[in-house]
Unconditional design. Sequence first.
Length: 631
Amino acid sequence: MMGVGIRSFPRSCWVMLGIALWFWASGATAPALADSRAALADSISPYLRLHADDPVAWREWHPALLDEARQSGRPLLISSGYYACHWCHVMQEESFKDAGIAERLNRDYIPVKIDRELHGALDHYLLEFLRATRGSAGWPLNVVVLPTGDALSGVVYAPRDDFAIFLDRITERLREDGDALATLAREGRIELTARLREGEVRLSSARAARLPDALWAAMERDADFLAGGFGDQSKFPQAPALSVLLQAKAGGRAPDWAAEFLAVTLDEMARSGLRDVIGGGFFRYSETPDWGRPHFEIMLEDQAQLARLYLRAGRQFDRADWTRIGRDTLAFVARDMAIDTAAFASALSAIDTAGREGGAYLWTPEQIDDALAGHPAPDLVRAWFGFDAAPSFSAGNLPKEQASPADLAARFGVSETALLAYVDQGREALLEQRRTRGLPRDEKQLTGLHGLLLSALARLHDDAELGPLGNRLAERLRGVARDPEVLSQLLDLPSDVAGAADLSDYAALAWGLHDWAKATGASDHESLIIGLLETAWTDFNDADGWRAAREQPLPGMVAQRFHPAVHRPSATTLILSLSRIYADRSEFLRRALADFDPRPGRAIETAPREHAGLILLLTKVGGAGEFGNRQ
């Protein structure tokens, strides 16, 4: 479900790895379960705290675990997920709380549990490894890593018995031929690195100039012009790609079909199930191409990006309804995700306090009747939200906005103005009833996500309610950015507690401060933004390109000149774009850009949608090192 960059890697050399390998039992003693439980129970991550009582002796990630693996002869099993993830909860109940699975993991492995939001670079690498070896990836993500640091094999969610078979087969294979498998894993890592380097081979000027055409062709090929979005199976919003298409439309560089596709996509995402039409937030993705069966986790990164997208599109296309959706999304964040006046939770769980997926958002007939008791037109409200249709989930109906105001007003014999007043009254009654339901949230305050949020709030800097919120957040982020060399992943926590910020944190924080300053005319952001950019260039860039983290956790994690964008903007594209804007005020940035080779490589041509923002940037400035021609 994450970005690519290595999808073209051939699977032939991974045939033995892809069938589920691994491990031999050693006489090494597993760490004391009580110690591991204490460490997880004290973690800043609610996802790790969730696993503190598992019988599995989970360890928190640290590079020293590879030394322990070499000394003990046991491999790592790195399991990555996040608190809001539905299938992560399911796998915990089925497997990680199971005595038989725990026995296997504690005896044969060093089991490591990571929160993907706190170890984004490691999680992304393991996702890409699994894509290369098995063709797909997602969460919960479970990858076996040898003491050499080479990834061997992995699996996402699997039922308990299937997971046990996976572990047992790997154990048996390594007992029988461990040295050969270690050699194969090392050679696979070397070949993978070579493939990534091949993707860096520069395109000719003529091919680079054709990248926008390749981008639009790839988007059109995957575009669903009936239901919106990309693909014909499960669907994510892919806000970065939609934002680039909107930007190209504004600049007169988009294909003829862009306006129609954007309209269909934004309308369908808003009304067909991806959006919580009662509360105002967007769910993570839909299992079906019609957006009608969402997975119910709500992520701050999605709210920030989609709010910004709808606000920009509303202004660009003169669509007041899109502007309202963007504003409602930010109002939802302020209401339901706020931790204090300028900090927000990273996610709301897909699982309610009763253990039901989507239980906080689904409605039984009895709950609807109770909420709408005393409403002057309950049948009208039922029709507006699709409650008069058959339940779409076993636990009840998911509200959707399926009828046009004009059609529904005619059906019930009222004016459109009266109709919308009835609907608003009904929505408030439903929301009031829903507030009694419990919905756990992940209260990590992630620095980069707050940068994304500030960028969205910049669009409403003069809003009576949300403008002051933006001011408070901007002030908080100014404080965070004042010492970029010790920037933490989490607001108001030192890096030795929360972990050092990664490249995406620097990029998103700089972006948010830039957008806020641009919208409000704030003059005190410039030095902070330049400091963030200069630190990013110093700490994350080398001769091979950009590292996602200062120190790469595993040997196969290599620097690349350009990072893809799928669910978040590309950190490297943001940094290059911002560096270009601020280079005339920083000699350091000017020299850094002059030394950086921006010529696109073959990987960008192979996966243009994941580098859409970069393609627009490079072709705008010439694509052959002309970053000096600044805006």
